[in-house]
Write a protein that binds this ligand. Sequence first.
Ligand SMILES: [Zn+2]
Ligand SMILES: [Zn+2]
Length: 320
Amino acid sequence: MNRPKRGGRQDATVEKSLTDKDTKPKLNHFDILSNVKDRIEYKTPFVDTHCHWPLTMEAYMRKTNDFQRMDAYEFIRDVFGGKVSGIINIHCEAPLSSTWKEMADSSFWSEIGMSYGFACGLHPHHSKDWNDQLESSLLEAMKHPRCVAWGECGLDYHYDHSPRDVQREIFERQLKLAVSLGKPIVVHTREAEEDTEDIIKRCVPKDHKVHVHCFTDSPSFAARLLDHFPNLYIGVTGVVTYASNQNTSQVIRELTGLKRILLETDSPFMTPNNLKGKRPSVCHSAMIPWTAQFVSKILDVDTEEVLRVTRQNALDFYGI
Ligand SMILES: [Zn+2]
Ligand SMILES: [Zn+2]
């Protein structure tokens, strides 16, 4: 894990940070949201089904003063404790960082009673960086018992950071590998509806598990995917709260209800807009309840019900 340097303690082990009795004030779940006016009371613990932990920690260290003295494990223990019951951490860059193994092998998760799963693949932005070495590192990581999915992989025609033909080729290759291993698939698709639908329907069996994460594309596209793949879920991030995005709300209202969605942050991106007051600048897993609250208003149910059903969806899909 990226462990930011803190004078003299950058080599501290997880065990040491867990037993450290120094006098640093502990942050709790809400301290980190201390400028937020609308707090949400809830009892149901939740899983963040899609976050980028090393990136999130780096972003905090870069953008805020509050976390200069914490390492990533301390942050998770003190800020998420008792609320975030699990996370799925995504590694999707090239080359694959060895942090996947450090985090997956750590005893930290069971010591604090939190579930941990990870997925790895190559993000469409980096498709041009695919090579044999990356493929073998991904296949090696897939054998780890905490590896719960392949991804994120897919097509992104909004940014076009890799040529589209290369994106398509590498997406198809990853889907075939994931299917051959029986791994659930995390799909990133943006403004590439026709090609995503064509490739995924050709390469993935109907009953395979698919999480189309951070969905923002058209409801008709969502409907076609949901109809074709009975085990496909729509990933809902804080982007559902953005005025510029009506698609996700419409998909939830008209197509999925609570049954076919997974709540995720995609942290450090997509801070929910309904965090009123001075919004924390970097998104993290403990912000899921604000997304849940927004979803509860779309469906006219209470926030607790949203957290309860989506918690079960995460368990059914990822087993954590
Ligand atoms: Zn993505
Ligand atoms: Zn992501």
